[in-house]
Design a protein around this ligand. Structure first.
Ligand code: TA6
Length: 284
């Protein structure tokens, strides 16, 4: 783990997946939030220098997990409780045929049932190879009645410069623009550049979208997710976030795999899995 990251966390709060050859992932048990993903020595995830890592609030960066509610929530803070709870290690990191696997779990407790009275178990599995990271969330309805939820992997990607960064694979999709009063629009660009505050929910997404920046690309392959959120707070909103530097919008973009545009129903006893597979392609 980077020495500067090691200095910001308690060893007992994090799990390290070490793939060797400059490949690793550091996951914080608070929210099962991946803080860092190094691929061939390159850091792929953005983590704010002002992110709070003492488990007192959701982590600003990495891959926060959103469950059971994406966006504003009448039962509690937006984006639900999963990113603000302490997860347990379900299976320790293990290398198998060149892939490091690890899983974390979260089950309902009196705090969650107080705000959202359903029984569940979430199992979050990370699989790391020399060029990819897969993150899979399996939702188990362990109660006696069905419930609905929305879920998302709120991935923050590092970029050398937002002005030379784009997202590909969104052309032709309908998106809900939260910056324009939630109105729907059609994307007509092959390369979606981000010149200002973007907060868009692209719906019925193809299996793969790609974040393209000057040094590398990250392809995001969706499995069972239906939507992709593209978010950058830009300068004005950056100033309103205490755990985000005023200039940090220039070196990050969120490309978030989710099922958020319509609620997902899960029957009693059923389990549903949602996965993103992230692949890095360095530019020569
Ligand atoms: O995913 C985009 C978004 O929903 C934005 O609207 C913005 O609120 C962002 O999430 C961050 O939310 P947070 O609660 O982590 O500050």
């Amino acid at each position: 783990m980077d020495t500067d990251l090691a200095a910001r966390v308690q060893e007992s709060d994090v799990v390290l997946l070490d793939g060797g050859e400059g490949t690793s992932v550091v996951v914080h048990l608070h929210g099962a939030t991946a803080l860092s993903w190094k691929c061939g020595g390159r850091e792929i995830l953005f983590l704010s220098k002002q992110a709070v890592l003492d488990s007192s609030k959701a982590i600003r960066g990495g891959i926060p997990l959103v469950f059971p509610q994406f966006g504003p929530w009448t039962c509690g803070p937006q984006h639900g409780f999963a990113r603000n709870k302490r997860w347990s290690v379900d299976s320790q990191p293990q290398m198998e045929n060149g892939t490091v696997k690890c899983s974390l779990a979260l089950t309902d407790d009196e705090d969650t049932r107080k705000v959202w009275n359903y029984q569940f178990k979430l199992v979050y599995t990370l699989e790391l190879t020399t060029s990819s990271l897969s993150t899979r969330l399996t939702v188990h309805n362990t109660g006696g009645e069905s419930f609905t939820f929305t879920t998302l992997m709120h991935s923050y990607f590092l970029t050398p410069d937002i002005s030379t960064t784009s997202v590909r694979g969104l052309k032709g999709l309908t998106y809900t623009d939260k910056v324009q009063d939630g109105k729907d629009f059609q994307e007509d660009r092959d390369d979606v550049t981000i010149p200002e505050n973007y907060d868009r929910v692209y719906q019925k997404c193809p299996s793969t979208v790609t974040m393209d920046c000057s040094s590398h690309t990250v392809s995001v392959n969706l499995s069972n997710f239906t939507d992709v959120v593209v978010w950058n707070p830009w300068s004005e909103k950056a100033k309103t976030m205490s755990d985000f530097g005023n200039e940090e919008y220039k070196t990050m973009v969120c490309v978030e795999a989710g099922s958020v545009s319509s609620p997902v129903e899960i029957a009693a006893g059923q389990q549903l899995s949602f996965q993103q597979t992230l692949k890095v392609h360095a530019k020569l």
